[in-house]
Design a protein around this ligand. Structure first.
Ligand code: SF4
Ligand code: SF4
Length: 280
């Protein structure tokens, strides 16, 4: 089973929920944790894993041999991402637009295009508290997060319950993390902004045919619009975490809530049981 923890935007407590769910289940179930927030992974701050393997995630960039190139423009025409241009009699590549699809090389009539690997980031794997932990890291200056997430998801062991901490937002990286999840656990705040972002996240999950459940974090700071929306849309609210100074302090010092207040563990275990009922 794959549980993806997501939110329409950052800062809602998504990683808090993912980490505490993992710590509540480890020892009870065979689990693994994947931090898919490859632009800003932070689950390691709470879970403190030991990494033992680092794998490079690359894309293949075309390289043009100007001696073989006849400047026919076929590669420029073929590129769907506008990553190539003929300028001053040379084929120019815009690295950041290139998806490494290889199409330009296939259409080149003179075999002038070869491919060279370009690192986008890495996937690190290790363990913490007796369960596997993996995270992706996008290199600074790179924009293509999804290949890292796809590479990270290849670390999923189907015999374990996988907890995926998805990237915030509703863009391609979030979609990559949610794809093929059995359930999306959406973390939100009870505010108009929270509701707006929750609706967007629900939309994405529904497009991917992934069932949803909601955690309301910082309950008490806003209104009941999120609850009413969930009721109307038949989305179960599986946990409510109050706005509480003591909880915020555990987060600030990098201590998981269930370590600081062990009584929370049974609430997360119950949450997992509810998710199994929601899952497709
Ligand atoms: S590899 Fe694909 S995306 Fe990159 S330049 Fe060639 S055709 Fe365009
Ligand atoms: S398709 Fe090949 S020969 Fe034609 S412009 Fe591109 S690299 Fe040069």
């Amino acid at each position: 089973m794959r549980i993806a923890i997501a939110s329409g935007k950052g800062g809602t407590g998504k990683t808090t929920v993912a980490v505490n769910l993992a710590l509540s289940l480890c020892g009870k179930e065979s689990i693994q944790f994947l931090d898919c927030d490859v632009e800003e992974p932070n689950a390691h701050i709470f879970l403190k894993p030991q990494f033992d393997t680092t794998r490079s995630v690359d894309k293949l960039l075309p390289q043009v041999d100007s001696d073989k190139c006849t400047r026919c423009g076929a590669c420029v025409e073929a590129c769907e991402f506008n990553a190539l241009a003929l300028m001053g009699g040379n084929v120019m590549l815009y690295d950041s637009l290139c998806h490494g699809c290889g199409r330009c090389g296939l259409v080149c009539p003179t075999g002038a295009i070869s491919e060279i690997p370009h690192q986008l980031g890495v996937v690190e794997t290790g363990t913490t508290r007796g369960f596997p932990f993996a995270r992706g890291l996008l290199n600074v200056g790179e924009t293509m997060a999804t290949p890292i997430i796809h590479a990270l998801k290849r670390e999923i062991d189907s015999s374990r319950l996988a907890i995926l901490d998805a990237p915030p937002g509703t863009g391609c990286p979030t979609i990559a993390a949610l794809h093929e999840a059995d359930v999306a656990l959406l973390v939100t705040e009870p505010t108009p902004f929270g509701l707006h972002d929750l609706k967007a996240a629900v939309e994405v999950a529904r497009t991917l045919d992934v069932p949803t459940a909601v955690v309301i974090n910082r309950a008490g700071i806003g209104n009941d619009q999120v609850e009413r929306y969930c009721d109307e849309e038949n989305i179960p609210i599986v946990l409510t975490i109050p706005f509480d100074r003591a909880i915020a302090e555990t987060y600030a010092v990098g201590t998981p809530l269930v370590d600081a207040v062990p009584s929370w563990r049974k609430r997360f275990i119950k949450l997992a049981e509810q998710l199994k009922e929601v899952a497709r």
